[in-house]
Design a protein around this ligand. Structure first.
Ligand code: PLP
Length: 381
């Protein structure tokens, strides 16, 4: 059960994020076993989770990290030494590329023109492996905001725009077309990738299946994933890379908040000291309804409240939740699955404080990793 040892969180000053070391380790153990069984390489996509205090732990289980640009790549280089650093960006700046060449193992480019632009520099770095992102024009994602294959997408080279001559100096292909999906989606996607790009596979050494693999979700079909990886390895002799973000820290963190006020307007309202807009922006962007330990869907338990943040934004609403007992001012609430796409996306809109970051250890003790204050707000403006 997720909340086996969350009681100790109720004593922490709020708002705070808490990384659950045991839950993270459980995820890493599963990912590591996939690497071991198939010989593939699994990388943490840092854009989902960059809490580098636990990089030493992650480094014990995964092959390395991938980055969305220079800063994430540099963070991995500094905080996960000795592990692979990969990077993909839709377009690199010249200075950025120069720096990346010094510490990246793989650099993936998004277009043939980017490759032509950087090819000469690349040739001076035989220790770096270069790849191209392809767009197989097949994705099962229904929200355009998260679909790299929607019409006129800038992400990846379509079959129509691919040119075999460009493979000179290229050692891998990369696709990223999934989001929170199962291995059945991967299997169907791979069939399309092979059909449209398979004729180039004898010219490359590796293929990167991107992220969006919800491997650590209960019920994920690991057997199908293993079969997909093994088939590509055996049939084409390619090294396989996966770069999940979500799956690494899925259900491995919390956001603890306190009730600041209780009011009414046609229903019970609660204002808490955390903001959807600032501290869990995906609640508004995806959108989705985070879970709170001990709560139910609206109307299920005896008292239903609409929870909102302390900002000026009318839509800073976290969602409707029911509770067994009426809430009181000062009560603490624990949102679950708050490790991913939370700390990396938060902001200080309205001058909101950034939540501190704690680590929940397997023995249920907590350790403060990071605390923020007024200076963090002021220094960015
Ligand atoms: C977002 C992204 C990932 C990680 O995706 P998750 O959904 O967090 O697993 C990996 N690779 C690329 C290129 C991405 O854009």
């Amino acid at each position: 059960m997720m909340n086996r040892n969350t009681d100790s969180l109720l004593t922490l000053p709020t708002p705070c994020y808490v990384i659950d070391q045991q839950a993270l380790t459980d995820n890493l153990t599963l990912l590591h076993s996939i690497e071991q069984q198939t010989g593939c390489h699994i990388l943490l996509a840092q854009k989902a989770f960059s809490a580098y205090h636990v990089y030493p732990l992650i480094a014990r289980y995964l092959s390395g990290t991938t980055a969305s640009g220079l800063y994430e790549a540099r963070l991995a280089h500094e905080e996960m030494p000795g592990k692979q650093v990969h990077v993909f960006s839709p377009a690199y700046r010249d200075e950025e590329f120069d720096e990346l060449l010094n510490f990246c193992d793989h650099i993936v480019l998004n277009s043939l023109s980017q490759w032509r632009h950087f090819q000469e520099k690349a040739q001076r770095h035989p220790e770096v492996s270069f790849g191209l992102r392809i767009n197989p024009e097949y994705s099962e994602i229904e929200t355009d905001l998260y679909n790299p294959c929607f019409a006129n997408s800038r992400l990846g080279i379509t079959p129509e725009n691919f040119d075999e001559a460009a493979l000179e100096g290229i050692s891998g292909l990369h696709f990223h077309t999934m989001c929170e999906q199962g291995a059945d989606t991967l299997e169907r996607t791979l069939a399309v990738v092979e059909k449209k790009f398979g004729r180039f596979f004898d010219r490359i050494r590796w293929i990167n299946f991107g992220g969006g693999h919800h491997i650590t979700r209960p019920g994920y079909d690991v057997e199908t994933l293993l079969r997909c990886i093994e088939r590509i390895r055996q049939r084409y002799g390619l090294e396989v890379y996966l770069e999940p973000g979500e799956a690494v820290a899925l259900n491995a963190g919390y956001l603890v908040t306190s009730v600041l006020d209780l009011t009414k307007n046609g229903m019970d309202l609660a204002i808490v000291d955390t903001s959807a807009a600032c501290h869990m922006p995906d609640v508004l962007e995806m959108p989705y309804r985070p879970m709170i330990i001990g709560s139910g869907e609206p109307g299920v338990l005896s008292r239903t409240y609409r929870l909102g943040g302390p900002t000026c934004l009318a839509g800073d609403i976290i969602g409707d939740y029911s509770f067994e007992k009426p809430l009181s001012i000062g009560d603490k609430l624990i949102f679950t699955d708050m490790a991913i796409y939370s700390m990396v996306k938060n902001n200080t809109f309205n001058g909101m404080p950034l939540p501190s970051i704690y680590l929940l250890k397997p023995d249920s003790s907590t350790e403060l990793l990071k605390e923020f204050g007024y200076a963090d707000f002021k220094s960015r403006l």
